[in-house]
Design a binder for this molecule. Structure first.
Ligand SMILES: NC(=O)c1ccc[n+]([C@@H]2O[C@H](COP(=O)([O-])OP(=O)(O)OC[C@H]3O[C@@H](n4cnc5c(N)ncnc54)[C@H](O)[C@@H]3O)[C@@H](O)[C@H]2O)c1
Length: 318
């Protein structure tokens, strides 16, 4: 029977995606993860986990034999496994490239050999660097860190394998993702909630009027699923996946403060500290291409999504 391969399936987006896929597909899901960030327990802890539906392979995308083993009978590949830390990519650019570029090439090669129907690559807004807002697919990329460069290379190889071998591939540039199962993530929503629960005072760099486009994992999962199933005109497509809504960090903190106080937590006044060098001030995306061609429609408002992540942190994380 046809199978889906999800690389990095024990991580934050992976575990949310697998929960989402299990409700929509009958196929078996193969998971390849080296547990550098994700854990077996994270995957086995999802609500609808089933040994009959999921095969977990401990392995590394940099190793061809691991990729080969994970891809047996797979028709759809969703490639999430990556080195995801921007600061680590600056400290160790070669390791970042080995995982994010060479690992992707290993998967693309195997996908061509196995006639995979669709290869979906998790990219990011990082390839774009500083841009006039809103960002969209036609902006000229100017990555500011090796992570952005390695994600841009991944997109480039997806396009090249479509052009050279006819492999149907899709690259999705995610904006700031938040949602349940973000145990280990240092992203701002998860960080603020963890700090407040642990009685620490969260810090905001600069005036707090910098903006982000926060997207819930259900909407990311929707986009990943549609990237496998939708009919697309070209062999390679690139989409910006976000909500199109711009939220300041100050507004995010106020929303979290109110919601957590309503749950009976003491929430401190946030501490504003010196702004960070190189931080992008405004960031939100124009998602009209994904709406038009992928039939993608974000459904989770920030208000609903924050309730969801707070519930998870208070009921499952602790
Ligand atoms: N979380 C975000 O806000 C965000 C934004 C933009 C793009 N992305 C992209 O989405 C994807 C998933 O990110 P995430 O937030 O779930 O990160 P994560 O770290 O939670 O998940 C990544 C998973 O990949 C695994 N992994 C890492 N290196 C590996 C290797 N060499 N071989 C096999 N497995 C390996 C890790 O163990 C982990 O389970 C990444 O490609 C990331 O770049 C995430």
């Amino acid at each position: 029977m046809a199978r889906f391969l999800v690389t990095g399936g024990c991580g934050f987006i992976g575990t949310n995606l697998i929960e989402y896929l299990l409700e929509r597909i009958d196929e078996r899901i193969m998971v390849l993860d080296n547990f550098s960030e994700g854990k077996k327990e994270y995957l086995k802890g999802i609500d609808n986990y089933s040994d009959e539906r999921i095969s977990l392979i401990k392995g590394d995308v940099r190793k061809k034999e691991d990729v080969k083993a994970a891809m047996e009978n797979c028709e759809y590949v969703i490639h999430l496994a990556a080195q995801t830390d921007v600061m680590d990519s600056i400290k160790k650019p070669k390791e970042d490239a080995d995982i994010n570029i060479m690992g992707t090439i290993n998967l693309l090669n195997e996908s061509v050999d196995r006639n995979v129907k669709r290869f979906v690559f998790a990219s990011s807004a990082a390839p774009l660097g500083e841009q006039k807002m809103p960002i969209h697919e036609n902006k000229v990329p100017r990555p500011l860190a090796p992570y952005g460069a390695s994600k841009l290379a991944g997109e480039g190889y997806c396009s090249a394998y479509a052009g050279s071998f006819g492999l149907k591939s899709v690259a999705l540039r995610f904006s700031n993702v938040y949602g349940p199962k973000s145990w280990h993530k240092g992203s701002v929503v998860a960080k603020f909630i963890k700090q407040i629960i642990e009685g620490e005072t969260p810090k905001i760099f600069g005036d707090g009027d910098q903006t982000r486009d926060f997207i819930h994992t259900k909407d990311i999962s929707q986009a990943l699923y549609l990237s496998c199933t939708e009919k697309l005109d070209k062999d390679f497509e690139l989409f910006q996946i976000a909500t199109g809504e711009e939220t300041t960090i100050n507004d995010l903190y106020s929303m979290l403060k109110k919601k957590l106080e309503d749950k009976g937590l003491d929430v401190p006044k946030v501490n504003h500290i010196e702004e960070r060098d190189g931080e992008i001030y405004r960031n939100y995306a124009d998602i009209s291409k994904a709406k038009r061609e992928l039939d993608y429609n974000p459904e989770v408002t920030l208000d609903e999504g924050l309730d969801d992540i707070i519930d998870w942190f208070l009921n499952d994380y602790l």
